[in-house]
Design a protein around this ligand. Structure first.
Ligand code: 5GP
Length: 141
């Protein structure tokens, strides 16, 4: 399995299609899932091209894990979440749909189930507001 540079997240990284950016550093980008499974559902990706956990360099995966950890804390504060679910899917058999490695960070409320994957496209207004809340929580404003 080889990396396809035309996957949707590679296009987001190159700025060819827009995203609701939450955080960026030298190695990673975090942005909202446009079909969120929970409030504030965020995707964390490496800037390095990698298909999934089976081909990413360990140090690049460590950068993604560090950013996911940062986002999890901010998401708990931003949405007053009761918990966080983190998921990573590798290859079709593993549940992967977009073939640029990503970690899902999903704020959870007690008793509220995850929405089924890719079942509901959230409105731009809501996504903008949720991205702003996460960015504020990350900077402590
Ligand atoms: P996977 O099953 O590969 O882990 O999940 C891919 C995720 O990407 C899904 O949660 C889906 O909602 C999300 N997604 C698909 N297309 C787009 C897009 O164009 N922009 C954003 N921000 N998320 C997307």
């Amino acid at each position: 399995m080889t990396y396809d540079a035309n996957n949707i997240f590679a296009k987001i990284l190159r700025g060819e299609i827009p995203c609701y950016k939450v955080y960026e550093d030298d190695h990673t980008l975090a942005f909202l899932d446009i079909m969120p499974r929970s409030i504030g559902h965020t995707l964390v990706i490496p800037k390095a091209p990698a298909r999934n956990v089976l081909d990413i360099a360990p140090e690049d995966f460590a950068h993604v894990a560090r950013t996911a950890h940062k986002i999890a804390g901010a998401a708990k504060r931003a949405f007053n979440a009761d918990g966080i679910t983190i998921q990573q899917f590798s290859e079709q058999a593993g549940g992967q749909a977009v073939f640029h490695l990503h970690i899902h960070v999903m704020p959870r409320m007690l008793g509220v189930a995850l929405v089924p994957p890719m079942s509901n496209k959230e409105s731009p207004t809501v996504l903008e507001e949720h991205a702003a809340r996460l960015k504020a929580a990350l900077t402590g404003t």
